[in-house]
Design a protein around this ligand. Sequence first.
Ligand code: DLL
Length: 435
Amino acid sequence: MFQPDYEAMSRKDLEALQRERLQDTLDRVYHRVRPYRDKFDEAGFRPEMVHSPEDLHKAPFTVKDDLRAAYPYGMFASPMREVVRLHASSGTTGQVTVVGYTRADIERWSDLAARAIVAAGGTPDDVVQVAYGYGLFTGGLGLHYGCERLGAAVVPISGGNTHRQVQVMRDFQVTGLACTPSYALLIGETALEMGMDVREFPVRFGVLGAEPWSDNMRTQVEQILGITALDIYGLSEVMGPGVAFECECKNGLHVNEDHFIVEIVDPDTLEPLPDGESGEVVITTITKEAAPLVRYRTRDISRIVPGTCPCGRTSRRIERIGGRTDDMIIVRGVNVFPRQIEQVLVGIVGVAPHYQVVLTKRGAMDHAEVHVEIGPEVPFDEVKALENLRRTVAAEIASALAVSIDVKLVEPKSIQRSEGKARRVIDLRSEGGVQ
Ligand code: DLL
């Protein structure tokens, strides 16, 4: 552990710490952030009404639109004089939102990223290639500061130029890789095309996140790179990477509960759900100075993993994120997340782990089709073999998801590769994408 005093704190001490920090945060936002004061007043909520995290449900939620309305700095609780860094959310689903960090925020973020790297097996002896994007995205700089905090040697290569990634990984004798799981896979495949096998490189572990990935995808990444691949979760609005992270037990992500309070709520009724039940992750920051958030609705789906973890960390765990409510597609009345489709595809012989779900309109009805690449070993001109493979894929999806989805096999390399977050859902419904 990087900070055992906190990571293995007794629940009693942790809860006392959370109470104190939560109270400070509620006071801070009420007195320093106009939109929070207005929201609290409107809801008849006062910071004094919260005595412990269990009372938090009395506070109103914060949603992405609140941040958009306050663009760029309206939600800041620190004057610009104290802000030393700005990042922004990716903005794929609308206007970007800006987050600020004080010097102390950056210090804490570095600690939390270092916790994740240590949990993945990192030590000060390691050489870590950070292939998350650097810039307004929090991935690159977040892991970069985490590595430096730990004392590992960081290779700040950022995303892109995959041939160079492979060469640097080999020449610099990289031992840890930080990037999205889909990019890790692409690096492994590119190495093979270059006639190299990453399994023969010294790289041992990956700190992979920023997008949902299935357990089968994990196996695939681990096999192609010869590493242990662990998950890291976070979002720019809340801090960036390091809100929660997996340990070697691979059974849920430890939430850094001394800095964040996580609730799981029913996405429809917004009522808190008991441990073990799946719903939307809601996060309250309890140490952030510049951009604190109260009950932020992440739109990510997970659940609290009941019980304690044998690794010795006492923090509660969330299950790996199943998907975002925004990415959920409804096929014949059944809710489907791309990650569930991925879990089926990765594992079928003859198809490659590259896929997209394409949404179009058929008359008034939505129509979903899974496009999946065939493996290089399958001859694309053998009609009968292809049809058999397509049927197998469709049948496996139907049996795993209890709903049938149309499947189209596409040529190797025809699905665009990503150097960052993979785009799994292509929504052509508003573009007149009719089939
Ligand atoms: O993706 C921060 C990050 C960087 C996390 C590097 C991990 C590693 P955003 O661009 O704001 O921030 O996107 C946040 O990405 O709400 C999730 O939907 C998704 N996401 C992030 N981590 C995971 C993960 C960064 N481990 C959004 N598993 C979040 C699944 C993830 N989804």
